[in-house]
Ligand binder design. Structure first.
Ligand code: IMP
Ligand code: MG
Length: 190
């Protein structure tokens, strides 16, 4: 498919979305690069990838296939936003891990870091379970908005402060199934 084809919005989505923020092709290329970096950084100590549901689903699926190591995966589900587009600052664990982290090289896979509150909470929560190492790989980092200082080892793209959807990111559970990331211009999700 050409860039044009992959970037054009389907009719069911076009009404609520503005421009493309990160195209499907850009995502594909960058995810491959991140996979190569992780492959060399973690040679000899395959990481346990922990995806943060639901937003990191698409990213996790592509990233893990770009890593040429025997990785393992698990998922957590946290809720910090509800259906609105502003953070509540309250993080609730909806689904916990199934595996023991003791001595594991853990890599948190996140969709987007906005205030950093969710990640800060997760880092403390997972860090308390004695992993050998704990790093973060985020597809998107919203520039300058972090309320909590973050040390993020791998970042896909730095973007502005606009609310975005697609490639796993939602508003009111919609738009996760788009291949690119788009600005959301519709009303508050419900
Ligand atoms: P933070 O705690 O403010 O950093 O928010 C992180 C979480 O909020 C992410 O994991 C997303 O689930 C959600 N979020 C933040 N910004 C966006 C956005 O632009 N679109 C969709 N979800 C977002
Ligand atoms: Mg999320």
């Amino acid at each position: 498919m050409s860039d044009n084809e992959t970037n054009s919005l389907p009719s069911w989505a076009a009404h609520d979305l503005g421009g493309v923020v990160v195209s499907a092709d850009e995502i594909r290329r960058r995810v491959h690069e991140l996979g190569q970096l992780i492959t060399s950084d973690y040679a000899g100590r395959p990481p346990l990838l922990i995806g943060v549901l639901k937003g990191a689903l698409n990213f996790m699926a592509d990233l893990m296939r770009s890593i040429e190591l025997p990785v393992e995966i698990d998922f957590m589900a946290v809720s910090s936003y509800g259906a609105a587009t502003k953070t509540s600052g309250v993080v609730r664990i909806v689904k916990d891990l199934d595996v023991d982290l003791q001595g594991r090289d853990v890599l948190i896979v996140e969709d987007v870091i906005d205030s950093g509150l969710t990640l800060n909470y997760l880092r403390q929560y997972l860090g308390a379970r004695s992993p050998a190492s704990l790093e973060v790989c985020a597809l998107l980092l919203k520039d300058g908005l972090q309320r909590v200082e973050q040390d993020i080892r791998y970042v896909g793209f730095t973007i502005g402060s606009e609310f975005v959807v697609g490639y796993g990111l939602d508003v009111g559970e919609r738009f996760r199934n788009l291949d690119g990331v788009y600005e959301y211009t519709g009303g508050t999700g419900s």
